[in-house]
Every structure is written in structure tokens, then in C-alpha cells.
Design a protein. Structure first.
Length: 113
């Protein structure tokens, strides 16, 4: 059963960055549509960017509304898990984080053509 669930997951590539010490933004292209989330992060983090972000989701309906998340920002990479099962992973461009701070927050999804 678990392999069936993994096989039914979709993947999108995009970007993930902060927009101020307590804000984050992610953008992903899916079927010629751009899905974007903006949100807040706790605790506040230093500037970071990732142009190698991978979003794993089961359905585009997962990428709507407000979603709480928890994650870890590491020296070279990150992993964020949204409450609805969506997972965001990727490699960080410099600077990375020493000590891998645990983060949490809420993101609001939007889509546009």
C-alpha cells in the first residue's frame, strides 16, 4: 500500500526563499500554471534562497488555502512537511544554516495562469 501511495505522488520543481526574516515564498510550475505560497516562519531565519526546491504532493487541490508546516533548515538543504502531506525539499544556496534550526509556520497557497 505504501508503494502505491508513493507512486501516486506528483513532483514539481521550483524556488523557495525568505522575504524578510520571518517570511517565506515558494513558486512551482505545474502544467503551465504557477503555484505560489507565501507565509511566515518561526523562529525568524537569516536570508536564504533555493532554486533547487522540489515539491511532492498528491493532488493540485493540496496546493490551496492556508497550510501549517514544520521543517528543518540545514547547512546545505531543507525539508518542510505541510499538515496535508505535501513535502518541500531542496538544496540551499549560500548561506546555509549551522545547527539545522527547526522551523514552523503557516503558508497561504495561490495559483495563477
Amino acid at each position: 500500500m505504501q508503494n502505491e501511495a508513493l507512486n501516486s505522488m506528483s513532483v514539481a520543481n521550483g524556488t523557495f526563499s525568505n522575504n524578510g526574516h520571518d517570511g517565506v515564498t515558494g513558486k512551482f510550475s505545474i502544467d503551465q500554471e504557477v503555484f505560489k505560497f507565501t507565509g511566515w516562519v518561526h523562529p525568524s531565519v537569516d536570508d536564504f534562497t533555493s532554486s533547487e526546491a522540489t515539491l511532492t504532493y498528491s493532488d493540485e487541490n493540496d496546493l490551496t488555502g492556508d497550510q501549517a508546516y514544520k521543517g528543518v533548515m540545514g547547512r546545505e538543504d531543507f525539508e518542510i512537511k505541510f499538515e496535508n502531506g505535501v513535502v518541500l525539499t531542496g538544496k540551499l544556496a549560500t548561506p546555509g544554516f549551522v545547527g539545522g534550526p527547526a522551523i514552523n509556520g503557516v503558508a497561504k497557497w495561490a495559483a495563477r495562469f
